[in-house]
Each structure stands twice: as structure tokens, then as C-alpha cells.
Ligand binder design. Structure first.
Ligand SMILES: NC(=O)c1ccc[n+]([C@@H]2O[C@H](COP(=O)([O-])OP(=O)(O)OC[C@H]3O[C@@H](n4cnc5c(N)ncnc54)[C@H](O)[C@@H]3O)[C@@H](O)[C@H]2O)c1
Length: 158
């Protein structure tokens, strides 16, 4: 009896999932308009950061680009400006709390309130835990995790 109920429940769930997947293919959610928003992208000099920057620029968002690699960050900025949006760059080492606070303060005072954050910068160790040098583990946590907290408190401090 329980087996039949289980089977019936599974068939209902399966039909629901298939139906909703088919509907979502045709009825896509309306995209939010981000024209004129201020979008801050970390790691903007890297592969994904650059792609994000160009996509947001294409949709009309003004950009604040952060990266510790100044040359790569500037290249992204140049490409994004070609799409007609305002782009501000900062060279920031996201493993340093003070750097983040200072850059966040600059953005707040000179540009305005950030409305979209793409917390993209990241360190990938790519090694087993015990093969990873202490410094690399620390940097991974600082950049991939702590930086987000310092950014939040930096932009919200009066
Ligand atoms: N590319 C992928 O297929 C993929 C897949 C899954 C997750 N990710 C994650 O997405 C993020 C971006 O990936 P990517 O491929 O563009 O990497 P990437 O290495 O090309 O770019 C990372 C960028 O972050 C910057 N960065 C690193 N440490 C920094 C620091 N301390 N301060 C400031 N900037 C710093 C680098 O200068 C670089 O420009 C990473 O977190 C990565 O782990 C990427």
C-alpha cells in the first residue's frame, strides 16, 4: 500500500517537474531593467569579471570595477566605455580590509550608492587541503569570503 502511495507521489512530482520545466522554457521571467544602476564588479580584470562588466554595460548600468591587476582592470574599463556607460576603476587588494574600506568610501563619496554588487573576484587554490600552503589558504578565505563582509560594512558606514 505504502509502495503504491510512494509511487503515485513520485509520478505526481515527476509530472509537475516536467510541466514546470516545459513552461519555463516558453514563459521566461521578465528581465529587470538595470539601466542607470551602479554596478560594482570585483575581479573585473579577469575572465568572468570582464564578461560581467560587458554584459552589465550592454544593459546600460554604470560600472565600478575593482581588481588588484590595474592593467587588466583598465582594459575591461575601456571595452565597457565603448558601450556608452560611465566606468570608474579602482585598484584594490581584496585581501586587505583597509584597502576595501578606503575604496568603498571613495565610491560612496565620489560616485554614489552601489545598487548591484557582483562579488566575483576569487582565489582558487586547486590543491588538496594538506598540500596547500598556509598563506594560500589564508588568502583564499580573505578574498573569497572576508572581502564581502568588509565591502558591506565599508559601503554602509556613514
Ligand atoms: N572561470 C570558471 O569557469 C569558473 C567556474 C566556477 C567558479 N569561478 C569563480 O569565478 C571567479 C572568477 O573566475 P575567473 O575565471 O574570471 O578568474 P580569473 O582568475 O580570470 O579572475 C579573477 C580576478 O580576480 C582578481 N583578484 C584575485 N585576487 C584578488 C585580490 N586579492 N584583490 C583584487 N582582485 C583580485 C584577479 O586579478 C583576476 O582579475 C573566481 O572566484 C572563480 O573561482 C570561475
Amino acid at each position: 500500500m505504502f509502495f503504491l502511495l510512494d509511487l503515485l507521489w513520485m509520478l505526481i512530482e515527476l509530472s509537475y517537474s516536467i510541466l514546470s520545466a516545459v513552461l519555463q522554457t516558453f514563459l521566461r521571467p521578465r528581465l529587470k531593467c538595470i539601466e542607470g544602476e551602479l554596478c560594482l564588479i570585483t575581479g573585473a580584470g579577469g575572465a568572468l569579471g570582464r564578461l560581467f562588466a560587458l554584459e552589465f554595460a550592454k544593459e546600460g548600468a554604470n560600472l565600478v570595477l575593482w581588481d588588484c591587476n590595474q592593467a587588466a582592470n583598465e582594459q575591461t574599463a575601456e571595452l565597457a566605455r565603448e558601450k556608452g556607460v560611465k566606468v570608474y576603476t579602482h585598484t584594490v587588494d581584496l585581501s586587505r580590509r583597509q584597502d576595501i574600506y578606503e575604496a568603498a568610501e571613495k565610491v560612496r563619496l565620489d560616485v554614489g550608492d552601489v545598487t548591484i554588487l557582483v562579488n566575483n573576484a576569487g582565489v582558487v587554490a586547486g590543491r588538496r587541503l594538506l598540500e596547500c600552503p598556509d598563506e594560500l589558504l589564508e588568502r583564499t578565505l580573505l578574498v573569497n569570503c572576508h572581502a564581502l563582509f568588509w565591502w558591506c560594512s565599508g559601503v554602509h558606514s556613514a
